[in-house]
Design a protein. Structure first.
Length: 98
């Protein structure tokens, strides 16, 4: 059985209602399996998803959306110790993360 993520498009609608991704460098903290990442990646200039769970990151890469891979990458990292210089990103997203 295939799990359909956000079949009504509600999460996607709210993401785009509250954030303007156009031309932005986006950091997604706790990206997990990329469930949200692939809903906005094609609109952003650059996307980096971080998560401490290596298996979830492998799933995110496997389940990529067409048109989003060129500007999207994932990194295994803890949100308390991000491996990026300050002011690298224009927008940070933290959703459903502990």
């Amino acid at each position: 059985m295939t799990l359909i993520k956000d079949p009504e498009g509600t999460e996607t609608q709210f993401l785009h209602q509250y954030y303007d991704f156009a031309g932005k460098r986006v950091l997604e903290i706790g990206c997990g399996d990329g469930r949200l990442t692939w809903r906005y990646a094609a609109f952003a200039r650059q996307v980096v998803g971080v998560d401490p769970d290596a298996e979830a990151l492998r799933t995110a890469l496997k389940d990529h959306s067409p048109g989003g891979m060129e500007n999207t990458r994932f990194a295994r990292a803890n949100s308390l110790h991000l491996p990026f210089p300050h002011e690298t990103f224009d927008l940070a997203i933290l959703a459903w993360s502990l």
